[in-house]
Every structure is written in structure tokens, then in C-alpha cells.
Design a protein around this ligand. Structure first.
Ligand SMILES: *[C@@H]1O[C@H](CO)[C@@H](O)[C@H](O)[C@H]1NC(C)=O
Ligand SMILES: *[C@@H]1O[C@H](CO)[C@@H](O)[C@H](O)[C@H]1NC(C)=O
Ligand SMILES: *[C@@H]1O[C@H](CO)[C@@H](O)[C@H](O)[C@H]1NC(C)=O
Length: 887
């Protein structure tokens, strides 16, 4: 009894604690909200979140990504849940490997961050079919995302499955888990009107169904202005400062702040300047925002055939603060990290103070959060850096700076910027003044790990040009019937209904009899009136040409001149999907493939209509069915060594390579290839399509951050492949003998394929004496109580990637240097001593800092003028890593 007594005492003492997985004590967290913010354990919070989609990285990368997000000042990680992968067939579930959602969420929890779980289950996300399993199409009478019983039944069953799994793993906040918000549906408000009354009924059903699941944290719906009173509606977009929730008791939350945009085949690469992104975030919190989520914080990779579409690239980099390879994108990551630091300092005032609006000019305004009680009792500074008065000074003029007077002081506001004054006096952050360092990166042809002893005794390593040291082998995919599953009909079948999306490929095979008379002065053309996304048209075994519908229409016409023989002609059309539709009302009905009619024009005897003749639909290609991308599969056919190195359509290639030394991220350079699929060690890296280049025009040399952003602003890579490099996660590599397989559809130059590593070339920093001091320096200054002295000195900081040291200073100028990282130039004002001073401070160090003052450089090169400092430094691993001679 005594034992039982002490046990019950123990249980009583710990009622607010629950066991997390692995025996970690986790405390139950209470999440509610009011008009101002989410309330976590009784405290209103300003929260910064970032999207990381777990399957767009490999599990071995997850923890590092999460920690980099935490270092960047994030409070929460947001992710969608990917129904199609979690329920590959009805009632069969997969939560393994890249799809191990509980494991991912536990890593977020371990890092001490919260989770925003967007269950959907519609995800959009530029993900295949918007995240819906294709088997849904087989359910009789189903209509997606409307008041349709068969759909609702399936949706409810999956949402319940996810919620129960989360509960099982104790992942909701009241259970001691990290999930503080959950989302039902996704951007449904954008299309609800298309469904009429049943759309509204469905939305209300979804909301109510979610509420019934009793998860203990608030539910959200994004882009849903008619969300019911018990669901918080949220905003998605490039700017959400002017947006308000649909009821006075709901906090203002931004679920998708697009950090860039996704890539598309045949298009240049989008970039969103960090000055504009920071401006949007600052404006949001300036105007009563309480929770903001970067979409994406890490975009990652659409491995396999997961990319949506059509035409979404394999890279889902999104110009995120963490790049596709898991490396910090600078200065984006750093400039936002500084912003988050400042917002945290202001948190108390933002969630508790009274908000005052003050016009400062035609396009200038201040928002001031102040706590009158605190102001009178404690002057400006409170202990723990809690400020009683916080001001945001905004200049929304997209061209000019402005001089404004606020609180009796004069401030110069750069165009399209927000200055943040955590004590209503000192500017410690301006969104347009990027103090964070930037970097140039390079994709370097790596040296192979394998090293041989040269005759003189030193080690030799080979450049990883796969066709150089190693031998390619090829296997020709048959153009004619190869023995797959065939459906014969006297009409053309819709592609997804035939393939069930088990493959990108569907052959449409038929034949055409022509007489010598037909061919007199003939210029025959095969015309497919309506097709998507890509067709490769073969006549008598030869590729006549290819068509895609990008930039033309969902479905478009293919017009292909062909050579015909008198007699029987074999027509084999390979129809290819490039990611299933992921967006739009009724998208499940849009289908894919060749819809016809198919005509042959240009014959002497008139038009031939092939539409209703016999068509053999053969599913997939032979190499895929034989799994030639695996070692075992590859042994089932005879490969031809050293052949077919000239460009040819429909060829499988295999080769081997050793992993590059070091731990830098690895990629495959496929710049010379056409279109196809690529695997390493049996794992699909995704689709490649370098042959489809971005248009020559539309890129500008310089990206102007000022003014509203859109995806076509600040693009790069005009005239280039939309994606040249394909990420190979290190975790997928063996030290030697990695098995590389490509299926090339149209022909490419394999001799140019290279293994490259991605590394930092140099780091740069630029500051001007108009910039505020670093946040950390300002905080020190405040704490030193010498607040009567004005703090004005900005500081330049340089930091090499971990394990690297500054080995050289490529550029340094104190004066009025011009240009950007990698192309800095001296201006008319320059202190000759700069290089020496910077070298003394930085060489051999992992990081260094310099105060922007003439005293640092011993001279004042142009007295009376405003000055800046620019430095570019080379970072390299310490020299001991380079080994020559005996080992
Ligand atoms: C959670 O917090 C709310 C308000 O902050 C409070 O009313 C409620 O009682 C709390 N619930 C629990 C279980 O502590
Ligand atoms: C040894 O031979 C290798 C390869 O032939 C050459 O690259 C290297 O420079 C030589 N080293 C010395 C010390 O002669
Ligand atoms: C070809 O046949 C299809 C199916 O019968 C028909 O819809 C289409 O109008 C025909 N086109 C021409 C040009 O004859």
C-alpha cells in the first residue's frame, strides 16, 4: 500500500507532464488564441515558422535542416501531409523512410520547435496530383473536393488515420507534443465558387469533421474567408499585411509567405530578393500580424515522380533560405535571421501594446506598439529586453528614400523598406540594408575518391567525368511492341485511366497503309488535335519529332512532318506525362495523353483520319518494367559497352562512379542531356529535361528589390536548361561503385555527364555607414546602461562554412566600393590600407569582424563623405586535408 501511495503521489505531481517518445518528459502545452495572437500556456506569442516538406529531403538530412531553421530564428516548422504516398492503395499505409512523418515531427520536437501540420489532405504543393492518390479515380461516382459522399468518406478516413497516428505518438501539444496548429483542406476558398452550393456544404462539412477529431489545438483553413467561427482563416501570398481574418476574435496569421517560386521546365529560375521578402514580413508584423510561415524555408527536391504539374522541375529549391542541397542561402538566411531576432525582442510590445498609426508622409507611415503603464513606470528599457515601445517606420515608395521625423528624431528611410525601432528611438534593423554576408557557390567537377599510386609514389585522383575513367554501357529500348500490358480499342484512351500513373509512359500504336499514289508530291504530316504533356512520334521505328504543350495550353495540337513509305507504316506515339495536375477546380477530370483526333494530312489523296481505327495502348516502357535501374534488373538484358555514345532516342545508359571526397553535397551535371529519368543505386533522382531551355529573353542583369514582387521578376538562366544539376543525397551513396542509370527519351550527350560537388567559393560582406549596428552589438549596448551614448557604428562580419578558414582576401575596399559579391570594384574613394588591415584581422580565422570607422583603417580617404566597406574572402578547409605522398 505504501508503494501504491507514493506512486499515486508521483502521478499527481506529474499530471501536467506526459511521456514523449523515447522516455523524454514532455510537458503538456495549452494552445488557444484571441484576436491578437496564439496563446501558448497563457502567453501570447509572435511566431515565425518555415515550411520543410519531409519527403523533399532524405531522413538523414532532416535534423540538420531543422537545426538550421532553429538557428535562423524559427519557432515552428510547417509541413503538408502527402496522402498519395502515405496510402499507396486503399487502406494500405506507408510511413517509412522519406514518409516517416512521426520521426520527422519528433526531430522537430527534439530541436525545441513547434509544428504546424497541414493535413489537407489536398496539398497542391506542386506535388503529383496535388497529393491525391490516383486510385481515387477508380471509385465510382467520385468528385474531388465537393459535397460528394465517396470523396468525403475517403478523405475522412485518411484525416482520421493521420490524426490517430499523431495521437498515438503523442504529437499534439496537449499531449506534450510539438503540434500547435492543424490545417484542414487547403486554399479551398480560391475555387469554392466553381462548385456552387455543394462547395460551401463541403467546406463546412470538412471544418466540422476536423473539429470532431478533438485534437486539442486550433484548426486553420488558409485562403478561406468564409471559414466557420471555430476555425481560424489565414492568408497565403507574397504580401499579407493588408489582409485581415474574417472575425474580430481571430489572430492574423500568414500560412504561406512565398520565399521565391517553383521552377518549371522551359522557364528561367525565379528569385525573390531578400530585401523584398524581409519588407513583406516586417510589414505583416507591423500591421498586427502574429504568425508567419515561409513557404518554403527549405524547398528541396521532387525525387522520383513526385513533382506535380505539369512541367514542375525536379528541383523544388524555391529560392528558399536553405537551398535545395541543405546549405544556407546567403544573404537570405542571415538577413531574415536578424529580422527574427529583432521581432523576438519586440514580442512583448507587439502582442500586448496598444497600436497607434501615425502618417509620416504621402507614402510613409509609422505603427507604434506601446504599453502606457510600462512606459511611465520603467522608462524605455525593461529588464529582459522587453520594450514598452516598439515602432515600425515604413516607406512604401518603390523608388525614393524619404526623410521622416518621428518622436523628435529624423530618420532616412530607404525606398520600399521598414525600419524597426525596438525602443522607439534606435533603428536596429532596416529591411533594405542587408548586413548579413553573402556567398558565391560553385558546382565543381569532383575528383573521384579512388586514388592510385603514380609511378613516382604520389597519389593520383581522377576527375569524376563518368565516361572518362569509367565505361558507359547502353541498352536500346524497343520502339515497337515490347510485351507490356496492351489495351486494344477503336478509339484513343485517356492516359491516366490506363496507366493509373504507375509510369509516365503510354504507347499509342497504330499503322497506316499508303499507296504510291498517296505519296505523289506528298508532304505528309501527322496531326494530333489534342494532347498533353509530351509526345514523341515514331514512324517505322524512327523518331520523327516531339511536341510538348508547355506555354500553349493544357491540351494542344501536335503537328509533325513525317516520312512515309508506300505500303504499311508503323505509327508508334510515346505519350509522356510530366507530373500530374496539382491545381484547379475539377482537375481530376482533366486527364492526360492523346485525346485526338489523329489525322494524316498532306497526302495527294486527301486527309486520313486515324482516330477510330485500331489503337494498341501499351503501358510503360520495357526497361522500366525490367527495373533496369537496379543491379538485379540490369542483369536481365545485354548491355552494349562503349556504344551509342552519339545522341539517340530511347536509350538506357548505365555507369558507375565513386563518391566524391569530403561531405559537400553531390549533384549530377546533366546539362548535355535531353529528357528522361535518372537513378542512383536504384533510387530515382527524378525527371531531367535540360534540352528544354528557358527563353533567351526576360532575364535582367540586376535585380531591383523595390516594388511589388512577382515570379517573373529577377529570374536567371535565360537561354539555359531550367535545371542542369540533380541532387544526389550523400545518404544514397556508397564510397565506391555507385550504380547510375539514365533513361533518355530523345537523345543526349552522355560524354558530358559529371559528378559535381557544391561548395562555397567565397564569402562576402558589405556595409555602409547608413546601416544600423548589428543587433547583438545593440543589445550589448543597451545592457551596458550607457544608453545616453548614441550607438551608430555598423560592423562587418565574415564567417566561413564550418571547418573552413579564410585563406585569402580577394577584395577589400573602405571608401565607396561598387558591385556585388564576386564582382566588387573600387570606387573613386578607397583607403589603400584596407587590404592589409582586413588580411591582418581575418586570414587564418574561421570568422572575423571589422568596425566601419576610419580608425580601423588609419586613414579617412574622403573626409565628409558617407563610406562603405566591402570584403570578399576565400574559405577553404585547412591545408592538412591535402595529402601527397605516402599514406
Ligand atoms: C488554456 O488556456 C486558456 C486561456 O489561455 C484557459 O482559459 C484554459 O483554462 C487553459 N486550459 C488548460 C487545460 O489549462
Ligand atoms: C607524380 O606523378 C603524377 C602523375 O603522373 C604527377 O601529377 C605529379 O606531379 C608527380 N609528382 C611529383 C612530385 O613529381
Ligand atoms: C476524325 O474522326 C473523329 C472521330 O470520328 C471525328 O470526331 C473528327 O471530326 C474527324 N476529323 C476529320 C477532319 O475528319
Amino acid at each position: 500500500m505504501a508503494a501504491a501511495g507514493s506512486l499515486s503521489f508521483l502521478l499527481f505531481a506529474l499530471t501536467i507532464f506526459v511521456f514523449g517518445d523515447g522516455g523524454i518528459w514532455a510537458s503538456a502545452t495549452n494552445v488557444t488564441y484571441d484576436q491578437r495572437a496564439l496563446i501558448i500556456d497563457g502567453k501570447r506569442r509572435i511566431l515565425v515558422s518555415g515550411a520543410i516538406h519531409y519527403p523533399r529531403a532524405v531522413p538523414e538530412m532532416w535534423e540538420d535542416l531543422i537545426l538550421k531553421a532553429k538557428d535562423g530564428g524559427l519557432d515552428a516548422i510547417e509541413t503538408y501531409v502527402f496522402w498519395d504516398r502515405h496510402e499507396p492503395s486503399p487502406g494500405t499505409y506507408n510511413f517509412e523512410g522519406r514518409y516517416d512523418l512521426p520521426k520527422f515531427l519528433k526531430l522537430v520536437q527534439k530541436a525545441g520547435l513547434y509544428v504546424i501540420l497541414r493535413i489537407g489532405p489536398y496539398a497542391c504543393a506542386e506535388w503529383n496530383f496535388g497529393g491525391f492518390p490516383v486510385w481515387l479515380l477508380d471509385i465510382p461516382g467520385i468528385h474531388f473536393r465537393t459535397n460528394n459522399e465517396p470523396f468525403k468518406r475517403r478523405m475522412q478516413s485518411f484525416v482520421k488515420k493521420v490524426v490517430n497516428l499523431m495521437k498515438e505518438h503523442k504529437l499534439f501539444a496537449p499531449q506534450g507534443g510539438p503540434i500547435i496548429l492543424a490545417q484542414i483542406e487547403n486554399e479551398y476558398g480560391n475555387i469554392e465558387w466553381s462548385f456552387g452550393a455543394p462547395g460551401k456544404q463541403y467546406m463546412l462539412w470538412a471544418a466540422n469533421m476536423a473539429r470532431g477529431l478533438d485534437i486539442g489545438v486550433p484548426w486553420i483553413m488558409c485562403q478561406q474567408s468564409d471559414a466557420p467561427e471555430y476555425i481560424i482563416n489565414t492568408c497565403n501570398g507574397y504580401y499579407c499585411d493588408g489582409w485581415m481574418p474574417n472575425a474580430a476574435n481571430k489572430p492574423k496569421m500568414w500560412t504561406e509567405d512565398w520565399s521565391g517560386w517553383f521552377g518549371s521546365w522551359g522557364e528561367p529560375v525565379p528569385h525573390r530578393p531578400v530585401e523584398d521578402l524581409a519588407f513583406a514580413v516586417a510589414r505583416f508584423f507591423e500591421r498586427r500580424g502574429s504568425l508567419q510561415n515561409y513557404y518554403m524555408y527549405f524547398g528541396g527536391t521532387n525525387f522520383g515522380r513526385t513533382s506535380g504539374g505539369p512541367y514542375i522541375t525536379t528541383s523544388y529549391d524555391y529560392d528558399s533560405p536553405i537551398d535545395e542541397y541543405g546549405q544556407l542561402r546567403q544573404p537570405k538566411w542571415g538577413h531574415l535571421a536578424n529580422l527574427h531576432k529583432v521581432l523576438k525582442i519586440c514580442e512583448e510590445a507587439l502582442v500586448g501594446g496598444d497600436l497607434r498609426y501615425i502618417s509620416l508622409g504621402r507614402m510613409q507611415e509609422a505603427h507604434v506598439y506601446s504599453n502606457a503603464e510600462r512606459e511611465s513606470s520603467l522608462a524605455t528599457v525593461l529588464e529582459n529586453n522587453l520594450f514598452a515601445c516598439v515602432a515600425f517606420l515604413a516607406n512604401i515608395d518603390a523608388t525614393s528614400s524619404a526623410s521622416v521625423t518621428f518622436n523628435g528624431n529624423v530618420y532616412i528611410l530607404p525606398p520600399w523598406s521598414v525600419s524597426i525601432l525596438p525602443d522607439c528611438k534606435q533603428v536596429v534593423y532596416n529591411t533594405a540594408q542587408v548586413i548579413s554576408q553573402s556567398a558565391t557557390l560553385r558546382m565543381e567537377a569532383s575528383r573521384l575518391q579512388r586514388r592510385d599510386l603514380a609511378s613516382n609514389g604520389s597519389l593520383v585522383s581522377y576527375p569524376a567525368k563518368i565516361s572518362g575513367a569509367l565505361v558507359w554501357e547502353a541498352y536500346k529500348e524497343p520502339v515497337r511492341v515490347w510485351g507490356g500490358k496492351i489495351l486494344k480499342t477503336k478509339h484513343l484512351l485517356e492516359q491516366i485511366s490506363v496507366t493509373k500513373d504507375t509510369t509516365d509512359y503510354l504507347w499509342y500504336r497504330s499503322s497506316l497503309q499508303v499507296s504510291p499514289e498517296d505519296l505523289l508530291d506528298a508532304t505528309p504530316v501527322i496531326e494530333i488535335e489534342s494532347m498533353r504533356d509530351v509526345v514523341h512520334i515514331f514512324v517505322n521505328g524512327e523518331l520523327a519529332g516531339s511536341t510538348n504543350t508547355k506555354n500553349v495550353g493544357l491540351y494542344a495540337k501536335a503537328t509533325q512532318p513525317v516520312n512515309l513509305n508506300a505500303g504499311d507504316n508503323e505509327i508508334d506515339i510515346l505519350s509522356v506525362t510530366v507530373g500530374l495536375q496539382n491545381y484547379g477546380a475539377f482537375f481530376e477530370t482533366w486527364g492526360a495523353g492523346i485525346r485526338g483526333p489523329v489525322l494524316v494530312r498532306g497526302l495527294a489523296t486527301g486527309v486520313r483520319n486515324l482516330t477510330n481505327q485500331l489503337w494498341k495502348h501499351e503501358i510503360g516502357v520495357k526497361g522500366e518494367a525490367l527495373k533496369l535501374y537496379t543491379r538485379e534488373g540490369a542483369e536481365t538484358v545485354t548491355w552494349v559497352p562503349n556504344s551509342l555514345t552519339t545522341s539517340q532516342p530511347l536509350v538506357w545508359y548505365k555507369g558507375q562512379f565513386d563518391a566524391p571526397e569530403g561531405d559537400e553535397p553531390v549533384a549530377l551535371d546533366l546539362g548535355g542531356m535531353g529528357k528522361g529519368l535518372v537513378w542512383v543505386n536504384g533510387k530515382s533522382l527524378g525527371r531531367y529535361w535540360p534540352a528544354f531551355r528557358a527563353p533567351q529573353n526576360g532575364c535582367s542583369q540586376k535585380c531591383d528589390y523595390r516594388g511589388p514582387y512577382g515570379p517573373s521578376k529577377c529570374v536567371t538562366g535565360c537561354g539555359q536548361p531550367s535545371q542542369q544539376w540533380y541532387h544526389i543525397p550523400r545518404a544514397w551513396l556508397e564510397p565506391t561503385g555507385n550504380f547510375l542509370v539514365l533513361f533518355e527519351e530523345i537523345g543526349g550527350d552522355i560524354s558530358n555527364i559529371q559528378i559535381v560537388t557544391r561548395s562555397t567559393n567565397s564569402v562576402c560582406s558589405y556595409i555602409s555607414d547608413a546601416y544600423p549596428p548589428p543587433v547583438s552589438m545593440w543589445l550589448e549596448h543597451i545592457n551596458s546602461k550607457e544608453t545616453h551614448k548614441k550607438l551608430t557604428t555598423p560592423m562587418l562580419e565574415l564567417q566561413c562554412p564550418t571547418g573552413n578558414l579564410i585563406t585569402d582576401i580577394k577584395f577589400a575596399s573602405y571608401g565607396n566600393p561598387q558591385g556585388a559579391c564576386g564582382s566588387f570594384k573600387k570606387g573613386s574613394c578607397h583607403a589603400e590600407s584596407t587590404l592589409l588591415v582586413v588580411k591582418q584581422a581575418c586570414m587564418g580565422q574561421e570568422s572575423c569582424s571589422l568596425t566601419l570607422s576610419w580608425k580601423t583603417f588609419g586613414v579617412n580617404p574622403c573626409p565628409g563623405l558617407s563610406k562603405s566597406l566591402a570584403v570578399e574572402a576565400i574559405c577553404r578547409p585547412p591545408a592538412s586535408d591535402i595529402f601527397i605522398g605516402d599514406m
